[in-house]
Ligand binder design. Structure first.
Ligand code: 1PR
Length: 551
């Protein structure tokens, strides 16, 4: 069968399709987008069905565009189809995420939510997809030792598809087995995102597109430790410098200017390099995710020419791991006076290649208003509207707290920690005060109030910075991190203070954080991302190996 180099892709206008386009382009395929069946579904030899966000949303999008029957007919015709993420879930009968909504029913079984009593949900990060029962064989390039990027709260069962003759690649999330991929005849589908799973994911896409269903595995490749890895994230604070160039900078407790000749003569904005080049360097070093933060976002500028959009477009062409963009995600008024909702701002970033958006200041304001309404949701906050449209996993909350020392918990209404690092006057307790505008304004809200509120608003993850630790190379604030982890069920990214690989080991050993982020130590080339990952591997922690960089 001569394979056309054209891949047909269902475009339900949800989530980040640009990265899938970039992955297919890198593999030498051109893309034909299909928004309705009449866009050429009958001509398709190979069809990709990417789906992001809510099960019910994706199924209604299929229904509204008249895809349900044509898609079932396409599958019955024996032509090949690959579902991705909710595109795999849609093949099932239904999901507890959207009671009463019918899936395509190709696999008569139902999805359910992960058990979150002892682990974070959504399941975000790099996990296995180990094919059952096929010794030393992989389905479509899947390898037991490889890790793939998952981001979902609902999971497909393993037993039911196997009983119905499907080959299932199994993932293990803290002891809870789930279907990482399913395959039977002309149908293949992955819960993980192959376009965001580095070279391991590209290998799976390539094998499917080339029709290599069964792949022999070397003894080495047939090994592999199941389970979710510790995520290492590289973070780039971006702003224009005094010459107007967009540069990667780094704060020292959020002060990004070189120390000036005199105490108050602030020097130039630190220029640590170009955003796209540095992101690509970190990807090649094995970063599991890359985060861009536009740190002068509080200055309004026309969304259309937000320089961050071009950075995302360029970066997503060569960096095949999840990209998060933060800074300025809020309802805004363009300088020409037009109102743009936070959802529109986020959608623009998703269309430009972002997988997640990070909300800072706006989340603090929304939390204050949430408490002023005695814990009643408005349904209109950026968190609620973006997670409703794109799924909780697409919404990260960036927290910029400052330590406030008190002698006793009785001295404040806020949640305190008993600290091992006494205050300037010997205080033994501290609480963490929220700030907005990059630490320029403090608010009468503590970190636990903030993260509790935004979790209720549908946020999927917390990026937990710490102004006191930022840029100090003194290690993470372990007390802050564990106090937040104890308060919520969604994943937490520890941030601020990393100065060497041991700091990453300490935060994973002494707290239950799900991920850890570094910035300055990477930008100043004191360490590579791979130095951190190799160190953690030697210490016995499960990390994604960067040997996955060779297709
Ligand atoms: O408030 O929604 O517009 O978002 C603004 C975003 O920009 C927030 O995510 C906020 O954290 C960030 N931000 C604003 N000002 C600064 C600054 O530095 N002047 N960056 C800033 C905060 C946090 C991380 C940092 C880690 C690790 N930086 O990006 O890199 O703390 O640093 P380290 O490993 O070098 O210690 P909005």
């Amino acid at each position: 069968m001569t394979l056309s180099k054209v891949v047909y892709v269902l475009d339900l206008e949800s989530g980040n399709l640009r990265s899938l386009y970039n992955a297919l382009t890198k593999l030498g395929y051109s893309v034909k987008w299909i928004k309705t069946p009449s866009d050429g579904l009958d001509d398709a030899e190979i069809l990709l069905f990417p789906g992001v966000g809510n099960f019910g949303h994706v199924l209604s999008a299929l229904q509204n565009r008249g895809f349900v029957e044509p898609l079932k007919a396409y599958i019955a015709s024996g032509r090949r189809i690959m579902g991705i993420c909710v595109g795999m879930q849609a093949l099932f009968r239904g999901s507890t995420e959207s009671p009463g909504v019918e899936g395509l029913g190709i696999i008569p079984a139902d999805l359910k939510k992960f058990d979150d009593t002892a682990k974070s949900v959504p399941h975000i990060g790099w996990n296995s997809a180990k094919v059952n029962g096929l010794e030393n064989k992989g389905i479509y390039g899947l390898r037991p030792e490889s890790k793939y990027y998952y981001v979902h709260s609902y999971c497909a069962p393993v037993e039911a598809p196997i009983e119905q003759g499907w080959t299932v690649a199994i993932g293990d999330y803290n002891g809870e087995a789930f279907a990482g991929a399913v395959c039977k005849g002309n149908v293949f589908a992955t819960q993980f995102h192959p376009e965001k799973s580095g070279v391991a994911g590209l290998r799976v896409l390539k094998a499917f597109l080339e029709g290599e269903q069964l792949t022999e595995l070397s003894n080495e490749a047939a090994k592999g430790t199941p389970g979710l890895t510790k995520r290492i994230i590289a973070c780039l604070d971006v702003r224009t410098n005094d010459d107007g160039d967009l540069v990667v900078t780094k704060g020292d407790q959020y002060d990004v200017r070189e120390k000036g000749a005199t105490a108050n003569a602030g020097g130039k904005v630190r220029n640590l390099g170009k955003p796209v080049e540095m992101a690509e360097r970190y990807y090649l070093e094995g970063a599991d995710e890359v985060t861009f933060l536009n740190i002068t976002s509080f200055r309004n500028c026309p969304l259309a020419d937000t320089p961050m959009l071009e950075i995302l477009r360029k970066t997503s062409e060569t960096v095949f791991v999840p990209l998060t963009i933060g800074g300025g995600i809020r309802d805004m008024v363009d300088p020409d006076g037009s109102k743009i909702s936070a959802l529109d701002v986020a959608s623009t970033y998703f269309r430009s290649g972002a997988d997640k958006v990070s909300i800072g200041s706006d989340a603090v304001i929304a939390a204050e208003e949430y408490y002023s309404r005695n814990g009643k949701l408005s349904g209109e906050t950026a968190m609620e509207t973006i997670s409703k449209a794109y799924g909780a996993q697409a919404v990260v909350i960036s927290v910029d707290p400052k330590r406030v020392y008190v002698d006793s918990p009785r001295d404040t209404k806020h949640s305190t920690v008993k600290t091992s690092y006494k205050g300037p006057n010997g205080e033994e307790y501290a609480w963490y005060q929220c700030t907005i505008k990059g630490g320029r304004e403090t608010r009468d809200l503590d970190v636990i109030q903030l993260v509790t509120a935004v979790e209720k608003m549908g946020a999927g993850e917390i990026l937990l910075n710490c102004i006191d630790k930022d840029g100090t190379n003194s290690g993470f604030d372990l007390e802050l991190i564990q106090s937040v982890k104890d308060a919520i069920r969604i994943p937490v990214i520890a941030s601020s203070g990393a100065g060497n690989p041991e700091h990453f080991y300490q935060v994973f050993k002494k707290t239950t954080t799900d991920a850890a982020l570094g910035a300055g130590m990477f930008h100043r080339a004191e360490y590579k991302v791979s130095d951190v990952k190799n160190y953690l591997k030697e210490k016995g922690l499960l990390v994604r190996s960067e040997s996955e960089l060779i297709l």
